[in-house]
Design a protein around this ligand. Sequence first.
Ligand code: ATR
Length: 226
Amino acid sequence: MDRYAVLGQPVGHSKSPRIHAAFAASLDQKLLYEAYEIAPDELAPSLSRFHAEGWQGFNLTVPHKQAGATLCETRSDAAEQAGAVNTLIRTATGWHGDNTDGAGLVRDLMSNLGVEIRGKRVLVLGAGGAARGILAPLLAEGPSELAISNRNPWKPEEIAAALKPLGNIVPRTHLSLKGDRYDLVLNATSAGHSGSIPRLPPKLFAEGGVAYDLNYGQAAVPFLVW
Ligand code: ATR
C-alpha cells in the first residue's frame, strides 16, 4: 500500500484525499492518502518522522509551501521559480520539491473556463506560497500587465525583483490599486480561511472582468461574493 498525505493548517477543507483516491482508482494503485493538520514549526520534524515510518510523499498546502521549499534537497524548475512547493517526492537521499499550482491554474483558466490571459491585465492578490506558484506560468501566457498586490508591501517588491529575468511583474499594495481596472483578478490570499477578504478599493474590474479564487469551498466564498 502506497502512503501519501496532504499537510496543512487548516487542512480539513482539502479535497486532496478525494482527488488522489480517484487518481489511484483509475490507475489500479493501492493508496492510503490522509490529511494531517501540522503547525508551521512542526513541518520539518513531521516530515522526518513520516519518512521514518515509510510514507512516500506529500502535498503541502497553506502555510507550508515556502518553508517546504527550503526543506528540499532538489527542486523542479517550477518550484525553483516559485520559491514554493506543493508536492514532495521522496528520493534515495532527500525530498524533491515540485510546484503544480501554476500549471493547474493556467489549465483551469484556459481549457476549462475559456478565460483569456494573453493581452489581458491580470492582478494577483497575495504574496505567499500560493501566489508565488502561479506568477511564472501566468507570465508565460503573455498578459499585457501582471501586477501583484499584498497587505504587506515589501513582499511584492521582493517577488517582482526575483522574477525579473522571466518578465515584468508590477508590485502594488491593495490600497494603491484605487482607480485601476483589471480583466482578471486572482485571489491568492488565505484571508478566506478566516472568512475575510483583503481590503480592496471598490472597483477593480474592467468591463467583463473575471474574479477567480485559488481557494475552494467555504474559503473562496468571501472574495467571490465581493
Ligand atoms: P499560502 O500558501 O496560501 O499563500 P501564506 O504563504 O501563509 O499562505 O500566505 C498568505 C497570504 O495571504 C499572504 O499574502 C497574506 O498577506 P501578508 O503577506 O500581508 O500577511 C495574505 N493574507 C492572509 N490573511 C489576510 C487578510 N486578512 N487580509 C489580507 N491578506 C491576507
